[in-house]
Design a protein around this ligand. Sequence first.
Ligand code: CUA
Length: 376
Amino acid sequence: MFSRNTIQHARVLVASLWVLAFTACTGGTEYVQTTFHPVTEYGEVQNAVFRNTFWWTLGILVLVIVLLLFVVVRFREKPGAPQPKQIHGNTKLELLWTIVPAIIVVLIGVPTVQAIFETQRRPAADALTIEVIGHQWWWEFNYPELGVRTANLFYLPVGRTVHFQLHSADVIHSFWVPRLGGKRDVFPLPRTAEGERTHHNHIVLQVDSAGTYRGQCAEFCGESHAIMAITAVAVPQAEFDAWVASMRHVAPAPVPADAAAPQPDPGAPQGAADPLVEEGRRIFLSRACIACHAISNTTAQGRVGPDLTRFALRPTVGAGARPNTQENIEAWIRDPRALKPGALMPGAQVPAGAFPPTSLSDEEIRAVAAYLRSLN
Ligand code: CUA
């Protein structure tokens, strides 16, 4: 009936599906963006909705397929067999297939609506506020109560309620760190006359175990949407406090207008520093870099691009474009768009948008990269 070829194909197909089914089932924490191992109650509530819906719908699928196969086999056309009995209307069956699905919908619907309300809870007054701002294509994190600003990698304390206030600086993005739970759009929202944002989206959660959790933008937002990674680092409160102290923005005292000689920079490293790092620091603080970037305790206070305080902590360059290595930072400074299409930062020889090239030489790029590597 079937050719040998068809049977061969069918065997390969079944074997592949078998392998696929079992690889998909291992879903452990080695997958950094798994949604199945949340470290927050907030994530667990959502996971419970998923599990409940999954098992009900899987049961329905199995029932329908089994019934279908039964009918197909039982009532198939056989030579000489009479026509099966024709049935029109069956009150018992009709009641059954109306009432049972209605009950299942209630069993899925009620816990879902409960979970929606639970995950929309307003934060307690003592919650730690973290303002999350999506940019094309990087993330800004502000801690208004702590005077800390950072980008792409942020810290949060274990065991304390955190209140994320989300909005966008340009187009719609979506904040998603799967193991924290959630995924919520960030919108560009109009400001009031006083410059206040009129509305934010919110996520309120508490992380229960320390760890590093990767996330990414989950709403298509332009050509480098896929290169918009987030690193969330959850640490015990004491470690968090130490991080805050190291990140706090302290701008150096303004230089008096009549000062004859430049004042010493309070951010200057104490003692003997690597001459290359020192050279990079001097270049960074005297060239176009500071128009866009900030580094705490230095004169760099730009707000256009990502804050670079403690840049060496970040696992990647360009919010996920490349691993954070000397070579890759150099490549980034030389031509950001070669690593990340559409990036707004100009390169050494190439402009970007309204920004002219930085005109840094290869030696200067090497020094600036070494300086950024030293910000640990
Ligand atoms: Cu931001 Cu996609």
